[in-house]
Design a protein around this ligand. Sequence first.
Ligand code: XUL
Ligand code: CO
Length: 436
Amino acid sequence: MSFFPDVEPIRFGGPEASDPLAFRFYDADRVVLGRTLREHTRFAVCFWHTFCWPGSDVFGAGTFERAWLAEPDAVKGAERKIDAAFELIAKLGAPFFCFHDRDVAPECATLRESHALLDRVLERVEKHMQKSGIGLLWGTANLFGHPRYAAGAATNPDPEVFAYAAAQVKHCLEATHRLGGANYVLWGGREGYDTLLNTDLRREADQMGRFLALVAEHKHRIGFGGTLLIEPKPFEPTKHQYDFDAAAVHAFLQNYGLEREYKLNIEVNHATLAGHDFAHELAYAAANGLLGSVDANRGDPRLGWDTDQFPDDPREWALAWLEILRGGGLHGGGFNFDAKLRRQSVDATDLFHAHVGGMDAIARGLLAAEAILSDGRLERFREERYLGWEHELGREILSGRKSLEDLAGHVLANDLEPQPVSGRQEMLENLVSRFT
Ligand code: XUL
Ligand code: CO
């Protein structure tokens, strides 16, 4: 049975293609900077928004009629959803998927039953993976949906909830390992607070530090070779989340001695909610050896929440790629579409329009970034801007051979007044505009 009978496998048609469902820029086999676009992008389709969410919002019911969501039997429903997912992913030509444990199998009355059902439906996932060659970019446990997690998972005031979350993550990490996942993600949706009045911040940080250490320990115990990723987000659902942004997570990891165990999964809409450009979060992660993976989406500048729209701005992606490429790439990471349709986009075909557009925007950004790098002027300008630090004074300062007294002496003896040099922001913006 086909869930998308009207959609043929998506082909590359080039920038002038007339078919609205053809790729214009994502030419998977095209080689750029020594790698194919497929290898650079490692696109992943997410289960939750694309196959689980019915189009509901806080004001209203689901608007999507999905054949795979209509099945009342839990196991059959899970199987249909998995079949629909692999059909869509294969037709898109995306090499990966991502899932929460509860996306592929619903939660049962007991944890034991939930584990058993998950294991059972993952057999179907495994079969599809073997047949299609589609891989798992990352798995994650849903530690935010069930009411038991309302006051947090690892940061809950009740250690029994901590233990429950630990059991769930143990199982999901093992399932991710079993499916050959490239990464495992932890997003702290409920790890934060709604009010400081009932919150002991220090305690909760220690609990979370312990939790993350346990996950890392278990990863090594079972021989999972993938990367553990933390996904920063400043707020929503809570008022304040402890994994606020890349810098906050970095400090947290250092505090608990975990900086070598975790990298970051940077999400566009989470960066902008934190008041940063997406490129800033990537630059920070890259500068600190924490670049792991990307959740690709976008927010709406007029709306202050996580709208999770599909990417559409090649310039934003060109600036992102500059940071990623300068940082040496994502290695085992990839670009997961943590993005959802608008509620009025009720046709299943809209899922294809959304992903095709997103893949094209990201591919186009990569091609633009490659052109900017090979043009060389932007990189040369940045390099020359810091040239002083390559000379004697700069080197001596950084190597610690100059005291404050030495530096004061240096300036006073020669009566020095440094001359301002233009940062040329507008010229550089014009340069980027020529490529985007
Ligand atoms: C929520 C979010 C999650 C994580 C995985 O904002 O981004 O979907 O990506 O739990
Ligand atoms: Co995300």
